[in-house]
Design a binder for this molecule. Sequence first.
Ligand SMILES: [Zn+2]
Length: 307
Amino acid sequence: MQATLKSNVVFSGTGLHSGQNVRMTVQPASANFGIWFRRIDVIGKDALVPARWDVVEQTALCTRIVNDAGVTVGTIEHLMAALAGCGIHNALIEIDAEEVPIMDGSAAEFVRGFLRTGIIQQGAPVRAIRVLKPVSVERGDARAELVPDRDMQMEFHIDFEDAAIGQQTKGITLSNGSFVRELSDSRTFCRQADVEEMQANGLALGGNPAENAVVFDGDKVVSPGGLRHLDEPVRHKMLDAVGDLFLAGAPILGRYRGVRAGHSLTNELLRTLFADPDAWCFEDCTPEMAARLPGAGVHFGEIPAVA
Ligand SMILES: [Zn+2]
């Protein structure tokens, strides 16, 4: 069955790139509504923005969506990952700024808020997207692909020069609460030199290595407290991919493989998938299939203690 929240959940925090204070309310919505944002600070224009792959703007640093009136919402990926990972299919998100708050740089606070509030099943089956044949996209040495599989599977590989990051590979089946247990608390990361360059260009103004990002400098972790997992960077890249893939509008039944992939490449992968009618189909989930989707079997007690 489709699911939504039992009641409103409020999050307040800082926009990573704008540095602005943001207040956001995630609200229950009816079956088949999907995920939509509403900018409550926008007057005199259409303020509703669908969380959908075809309205994603191409950006390197975050995932941003835009409606026909030019109204945008940015840095939506960690919130989208939390919704996907908790199995929430329908929600209206009211927000008073152009960027989702970064919280601690992971999806843990969103997950905690959703599970504390509670999730209710709705009277309609989940419609999933079944991958029927392999599709892939490449850019330089980065690659992303979707191949047929029974369930939603994910594999990711990263390769950074910084010794503290290096090469990391992880694979996961996204069912039985695995997103909450294994991915949800892994924080966004960057290099010290990137922080300085971004801030000189007016980006990452809300970034703070003590609060919302893991900052690496060569073989050192600059952020106090160190890492939450030895392979926290690859886990975070998977968290991002879970959020970006949820912009498909439904859970995907298939295997995602990412090699050095990022937000824009994962979006290009969805565009490539949907451009080929033979590459996918909708499939109404039986109870047995629904029990293996991301979000099925999530329990509050499984949120990692570190977060
Ligand atoms: Zn991220």
